[in-house]
Ligand binder design. Structure first.
Ligand SMILES: Cc1ncc(C[n+]2csc(CCOP(=O)(O)OP(=O)(O)O)c2C)c(N)n1
Ligand SMILES: [Mg+2]
Length: 178
């Protein structure tokens, strides 16, 4: 169970339900197991309510960076289910990307962290009020690149919240635009 920090404020309704998230992953699992998907997939499970609560605080114009385990986040940030499904069926489960929806995912452990910080810095230099949200897993959280980015954002910007999620594959960390 993830505690949602009190400084996160709800700014929009999310029209995706926990059941829809779970059903989507179940559909992908079936397709993978019948051999229809040519590449590895990564599924999420648990913390659906909490993740929806976090995305209720994320503006559609904000950037979201995510890992290989990105289907929930992509659906909650507004990537159409059909587009995500087609991408996954084409073998791109781990690298969901959309400039239109301000979403970037990568299969490289820690790879998105400096990109997220750089994007936040770029937005700050343009006096934009858009934010950057970087979701990482509990192992990625332990890496040196996370620590470097964490220190930079803490010292030169504002760290919005840091929530820990061991073992249940939900949201872990979020860096606000620096
Ligand atoms: C640079 C790099 N090193 C190693 C890997 C192999 N790898 C893929 S997932 C993973 C573990 C990641 O764990 P965590 O950050 O907790 O994410 P989870 O898969 O549990 O959501 C590793 C080591 C990789 N993808 N990239
Ligand atoms: Mg993990």
């Amino acid at each position: 169970m993830i505690k949602i920090p009190s400084n996160l404020k709800k700014i929009r309704e999310v029209d995706v339900t926990p059941k829809e998230l779970i059903d989507f992953e179940s559909r992908i699992k079936e397709k993978y197991e019948d051999g229809s998907i040519p590449s590895p997939i990564h599924l999420s499970k648990n913390n659906e309510h909490e993740l929806i609560q976090v995305f209720e605080c994320i503006d559609k114009n904000d950037w979201v960076f995510c890992s290989w385990r990105n289907h929930y986040h992509a659906l909650l940030h507004g990537i159409p289910e059909d587009k995500l499904y087609d991408d996954i069926m084409d073998g791109r489960s781990m690298s969901t990307n959309s400039r239109e929806h301000n979403f970037y995912a990568s299969s490289i452990v820690g790879g998105t962290i400096p990109l997220a910080v750089g994007t936040a810095l770029g937005l700050k230099m343009k006096f934009s009020d858009r934010k950057v949200w970087c979701f990482v897993g509990d192992m990625t959280f332990e890496t040196g690149i996370f620590y470097e980015a964490y220190k930079y954002v803490k010292n030169f910007g504002r760290l919005l919240f840091r929530a820990t999620d061991f073992g249940s594959r939900g949201p872990l960390a979020c860096l606000e635009a620096i």
